[in-house]
Design a protein around this ligand. Structure first.
Ligand code: FES
Length: 116
């Protein structure tokens, strides 16, 4: 396990439109952050297939599709992984006083591409 990332602010919840991603660069990470209903999610912004920005992907339910070739990823942390070579890391986030925060307590886990 690498060093823990401290709890850090990512984006104001009010700046995160429903069902669309925002790229947030912080702490050496490029994250795609999503708001879906009352939930917020963060995943590596770079698609493991060929590096497209997942923050520009289309959201369906709690999944995002890569805008380049359509690989789908579950956004929720802790989903069981498959296709080890094509996983995007997800991160635990929470909203504190209207700000989406990267949570350092729970370790990051790989996302789960569900189809190409
Ligand atoms: S770059 Fe994402 S599926 Fe190809």
């Amino acid at each position: 396990m690498g060093a823990l990332i401290p709890l850090i602010p990512l984006i104001e919840l009010s700046a995160l439109p429903e069902g669309r991603g925002r790229c947030v660069r912080t702490a050496g990470l490029d994250l795609a952050v999503f708001r879906i209903g009352d939930a917020v999610y963060a995943i590596d912004d770079s698609c493991p297939h060929n590096g497209a920005s997942l923050s520009n992907g289309r959201v369906q339910g709690a999944h995002v599709s890569c805008p380049a070739h359509g690989l789908r990823f579950r956004l929720a942390p802790g989903c069981p992984g498959n296709a080890a070579a094509l996983q995007a890391r997800t991160y635990s986030v929470r909203t504190v006083d209207g700000t989406v925060m990267l949570d350092a307590v729970e370790p990051a886990s790989p996302g789960n591409p569900t189809s190409l």
